[in-house]
Write a protein that binds this ligand. Structure first.
Ligand code: MLT
Length: 380
C-alpha cells in the first residue's frame, strides 16, 4: 500500500544562490532534449538549465543538498562518472586525467570521523591532479584559539579552490556557502556530510550504483527500493530518498522499527514530490518485492538518552536467509561502515553491491569536481 500521489515539486532553491542549477539564460523548446524525455514532458527542461543541443546542464558551484539536483544533472553526472572510470583504466588515460585540474587545490575539512568519504574525495582529487590539504581534528586548528567557524572557512578559501567539508552539526556547509556568496573570492563548498541531515555526494554515488546495476533493466525508473535501518538519524537514506523525485514510478519501502522511522519532513517532501512510499517493520513481508535494499546501521553516535542500547538487530538484518528470498536480480547496498545489520557471509553474493558502491564513490566525486571546475569537455 503506497502513499497517495500529490503535486510534483517544480524547483528547489537554496539560500546560497550558487548552490543551485542556474536558470537557463534562454528558454529552449522543452521537447527536444532526448536524454530525458520525462523532463521534456514535464516542461521543466528550460527551468532546470539544460542545454537542449548538448544535453549538458548548467554549471555547478556549491554542492549542499540533494534537492538541488535535476534529473538532467544526475544523468549527466552518471555519464561523466562512467567516462572517468573508463578513461582511468589505461596509463595514458590516467595520465591525462592527472593533468585536468593540476593547477587546483582542495581543502578537506573533516571534523567528523570518516573513512570512505574522506579517502574517496582525497583520491578523486589525486586522480585529477588536484593537490589537497586537510584538517581532521579541530583541536589542531585556530578554532581552539577562539577563531570563529566562519573565519576558519574564509581562511581556507584564501589558499584553495574548493572546500570539501564534513561536520557533526547540520547546516554548516550551507552557512559556509552563504559566506562564500558574500566574499570577493568565493570557492565552491561541497557538503561531505552534515550531521544527521544530508550527505548529497553519497546520494550521488548511490544513484550511480543503482543506475549501473540496473543498466540492462531500464535504470532506476520503476524500481522498488527498500531503505532499512536507522532511517530517523541516517543522513544517507534521507539524501537518497530526496533524489527519487527525479525518477519515474519509483516506490520506496522504509523498513525500520517505530523508534527509528523516517522523519516526517522527508515524508512530507516525498508526498509533495509525488514519490510513492510505504513503511513497515516487517522485512519478511516485502523483501521479495524489492529491486534493491539499502541497508544502514544504527547511528548510535547521535544517542542522547541511550536510544540504541539493547536494540534488537535481528528483524532488520540481511544474512544468507534473507538473500534466499531476495530476487535473483536485486541488489544489496550499504553506505558502510556496517554493524550487525549486514552479515559478512553476504559479501561473496554477486548481488552484494556495497564494495562496488564504495569504489563508485571515488569516480562519482571525481566527476563532480570535473563538473564544478567545468573541464568536462576536456576528457574526450
Ligand atoms: C555517513 O557518513 O553517513 C556514512 O558513511 C554512513 C554511516 O556512517 O552510517
Amino acid at each position: 500500500m503506497y502513499g497517495a500521489r500529490a503535486r510534483r515539486e517544480v524547483y528547489y532553491t537554496l539560500p546560497a544562490n550558487r548552490g543551485i542549477v542556474a536558470k537557463a539564460r534562454h528558454s529552449q523548446p522543452t521537447g527536444s532534449f532526448s536524454g530525458n524525455s520525462r523532463w521534456a514532458q514535464c516542461g521543466f527542461a528550460s527551468e532546470l538549465g539544460t542545454n537542449h543541443l548538448t544535453g549538458q546542464t548548467e554549471s555547478l558551484f556549491h554542492v549542499l543538498d540533494p534537492r538541488q539536483f535535476s534529473r538532467a544533472q544526475l544523468d549527466e553526472l552518471c555519464v561523466l562518472t562512467t567516462k572517468v572510470r573508463t578513461v582511468a583504466k589505461s596509463h595514458q588515460g590516467a595520465r591525462t586525467l592527472q593533468t585536468l585540474l593540476a593547477s587546483r587545490r582542495a581543502m578537506l575539512y573533516f571534523t567528523q570521523p570518516s573513512t570512505r568519504t574522506f579517502l574517496s574525495f582525497n583520491n578523486a582529487c589525486h586522480v585529477l591532479g588536484i593537490r589537497t590539504s586537510e584538517i581532521r581534528d579541530p583541536s589542531t586548528s585556530s578554532e581552539v584559539k577562539g577563531e570563529s567557524f566562519e573565519d576558519s572557512i574564509r581562511t581556507f578559501s584564501s589558499y584553495v579552490d574548493v572546500v570539501i567539508m564534513r561536520t557533526r552539526r547540520e547546516g554548516m556547509a550551507a552557512q559556509s556557502a552563504a559566506l562564500m556568496d558574500r566574499i570577493r573570492r568565493p570557492v565552491p563548498i561541497i557538503n561531505a556530510g552534515s550531521g544527521r541531515d544530508q550527505h548529497p555526494t553519497q546520494a550521488l554515488l548511490d544513484i550511480y550504483t543503482l543506475e549501473r546495476s540496473f543498466e540492462a533493466g531500464g535504470g532506476i525508473d520503476g524500481k522498488v527500493i527498500g531503505l532499512m535501518g536507522d532511517l530517523k538519524r541516517g543522513r544517507t537514506a534521507r539524501s537518497l530518498a530526496y533524489l527519487m523525485k527525479n525518477y519515474s514510478n519509483v516506490r520506496l519501502v522504509f523498513i525500520a522499527p517505530e523508534s527509528f522511522r523516517m522523519e516526517d519532513d522527508l515524508k512530507a517532501n516525498l508526498r509533495d514530490s509525488g514519490v510513492e512510499f510505504m513503511e513497515t517493520e516487517k522485512l519478511g513481508e516485502v523483501i521479495s518485492d524489492l529491486d534493491a535494499i539499502y541497508v544502514t546501521r544504527l547511528q548510535s553516535e547521535y544517542d542522547t538518552e541511550g536510544e540504541s542500547s539493547g536494540f534488537d538487530h535481528t528483524p532488520f538484518t540481511i544474512g544468507l536467509d534473507e538473500m534466499q528470498r531476495l530476487k535473483a536480480d536485486a541488489i544489496v547496498m550499504h553506505p558502510l561502515p556496517r554493524g550487525p545489520e549486514l552479515h559478512p557471509s553476504v559479501d561473496t553474493d554477486p548481488r552484494a553491491m556495497y564494495w562496488r558502491q564504495e569504489r563508485n564513490g571515488m569516480w562519482m566525486r571525481a566527476a563532480l569536481l570535473i563538473k564544478i571546475f567545468k573541464v568536462e569537455d576536456q576528457i574526450d
